[in-house]
Design a protein around this ligand. Sequence first.
Ligand code: NI
Length: 183
Amino acid sequence: MKLPKIVILDEKDKRLHERSKEVTFPLSNEDKKMIQDMILYLTMSQIESEREKYDLRAGMGLSACQIGVMKRIFVIVEEVEEEKFKNYIVINPKILSYSEEEIFVGEGEGCLSVNREVLGIVPRKARITVEAYDMDGKKYQIRVREDISIAFQHEIDHLNGILFVDKIDPKNPFKNQEKMREI
Ligand code: NI
């Protein structure tokens, strides 16, 4: 596999703190290529041999703003079984509903734009229903749960200029932990 030329912005870049804009359809060929590149990049980051070859950090989600494109687009690559991947392409997402139950990643969330250790947990909804558009501009609904629900919420935050570290209170990084379920 050939690693796509993608430069991921660091959290210090101000674009990561700005709101991305709604996408209009049809997508340009440039945007379609970008989406394919983002998926390939994440896929390769989850394959050990490729990750080592290119010195990558493993990641499951990436938003367009993280590569400097301020459009409401993100992708998620889920390894469903050994080196078998499921892709989610999410454009102009809207959260329609969410569960009462909250969960958090016990070892802490990660982000390809945050290149430091961050102590603390982020409350996330255990399940959400999202309305979004695919690459062809077709509207769809999806219900996601557990780690994929967290990934969706993490990426939707990116589209609004919010990083997971912004949601951790440094004075009380494990606030309300007892009210949530660890995954
Ligand atoms: Ni991120």
